[in-house]
Design a protein around this ligand. Structure first.
Ligand SMILES: [Zn+2]
Length: 413
């Protein structure tokens, strides 16, 4: 085995997000807003503060700091790919028996589960890599452009892992259901999340949302990330991004709406920039969370252009498409190459990810594209697919007892 020595300070990222595929609609579905705001006893309430406290440990720095040299080894095996949605900060609000409860139970994990999963992944020697570093485009002997898998250089014994996060938009239907409300830049220049705690008080925290919790975990466990790689953020656009209402509304072109939109765009730009500086990268998840299998070609194209205009303009270029609902372009783009896939290919997309039970990949022989499946980390698999996920974590140890039980809420272990 060939060895290479170089500083472990390469910059990297990660990719992808999606849905419970055939099992359930992505939590980002167009559900009705549940505006109910049940009060709850302050559980692990964090002291609300208008200005975030500085992070307990050193923040990631855009300038590489000297690190000990780590011996790297060639890795050509499987690259695992799992995904999450936004995490549930306050289970008592998500699981309060209202109409949103089942969707949250199916598609989300709680903060407690998420933290345990990250610890287990690290303990099991996984290391975060950037999906963009896993695949590359090249010209073959016939002069055609195709995709191929790269050889990764990893510390000894490490197994590469991509984590993607779907629908990090803080959709309106989630308001009051136990989630934070948006990602912000704190006074320290780092990413924080803001929201309202169960007592109705404003809260700014790094302990209640998916992005900031992973940032914190990597700060405390730098060996969990290759060169600072974090995760792939897959965004729709129909209710803006990251908690900011940056979208247009075809039924509302009032000056007030436009002004608010411009303000939201100005607010989200520094958040996007800091995320990109700290190992995060972006993917499309379609603009409207549309079902690609049933949408007309015309609709797919309109949706794609709207995403590029309203989200791509904020997050920059991406080659990654994380399919909403796990449904594929043209119905079956793994084995066929239809007009919708060709359209996305012309837009520059190369990596197309759905949902599956294994880290399936297929490099297309006729076009520069690679088809992937991702495994869904959520309530459905925690309850019913413990065996399949044991190489990552044990649902029995992770499962949050504050999830609903009885009345159809069961576990298969
Ligand atoms: Zn989704």
């Amino acid at each position: 085995m060939k060895k290479l020595k170089r500083p472990a300070t390469l910059f990297a990222v990660i990719t992808c997000l999606l849905i419970a595929g055939s099992l359930a609609a992505c939590g980002g579905g167009l559900q009705d807003a549940d505006t109910e705001t049940p009060p709850a006893p302050g559980e692990d309430a964090v002291t609300p503060s208008p200005t975030p406290e500085p992070a307990a440990t050193a923040s990631p720095s855009p300038t590489p700091t000297p690190e000990p040299e780590v011996e790297l080894f060639r890795y050509t095996g499987v690259v695992e790919h799992i995904f999450f949605h936004e995490v549930i900060a306050w289970p008592e609000l998500a699981f309060d028996g209202d109409s949103g409860q089942k969707g949250y139970d199916d598609n989300m994990v709680t903060v407690s589960e998420y933290n345990k999963i990250l610890q287990s992944l690290h303990r099991n020697n996984f290391i975060l890599v950037d999906l963009n570093d896993v695949w590359s485009e090249y010209t073959n002997e016939d002069g055609a452009r195709r995709m191929r898998k790269n050889t990764l250089m990893l510390p000894e014994g490490k197994k590469p892992l991509v984590i993607s996060f779907d629908d990090l938009s803080f959709y309106k239907y989630m308001a009051g259901d136990g989630f934070m409300e948006k990602y912000i830049i704190g006074d320290d220049g780092e990413i924080w999340a803001s929201g309202i705690d169960p007592n109705g008080n404003p809260i700014i925290s790094q302990d209640h949302a998916a992005i900031t919790l992973l940032d914190k975990f990597v700060r405390e466990n730098p060996g969990f990330s290759l060169g600072g790689a974090k995760g792939c953020i897959a965004l729709t656009g129909y209710e803006g991004i990251l908690g900011y209402r940056t979208h247009t509304d075809r039924g509302n072109d009032t000056q007030e709406f436009k002004l608010n939109r411009m303000q939201e765009i100005a607010r989200v730009r520094p958040v996007v920039q800091r995320l990109k500086e700290t190992g995060w990268y972006f993917a499309t998840h379609s603009f409207g969370h549309i079902n690609l299998e049933t949408a007309s070609l015309e609709k797919v194209k309109d949706d794609a252009n709207r995403w590029l205009n309203e989200v791509g303009s904020l997050v920059g270029e991406t080659k990654i498409f994380i399919y909403p609902f796990g449904t594929r372009l043209d119905g079956n783009d793994v084995w066929d190459t239809g007009p919708a896939l060709r359209f996305y290919h012309e837009l520059g997309f190369r990596i197309f990810a759905s949902v599956g039970r294994e880290p399936f990949t297929r490099i297309k022989p006729d076009i520069a594209a690679v088809m992937l499946d991702r495994m869904n980390c959520d309530g459905i698999t925690l309850r019913n697919r413990r065996e399949r996920f044991l190489r990552f974590y044990d649902a029995r140890e992770v499962f949050d007892p504050s999830r609903p039980s009885g009345g159809g809420y069961t576990v298969q272990w």
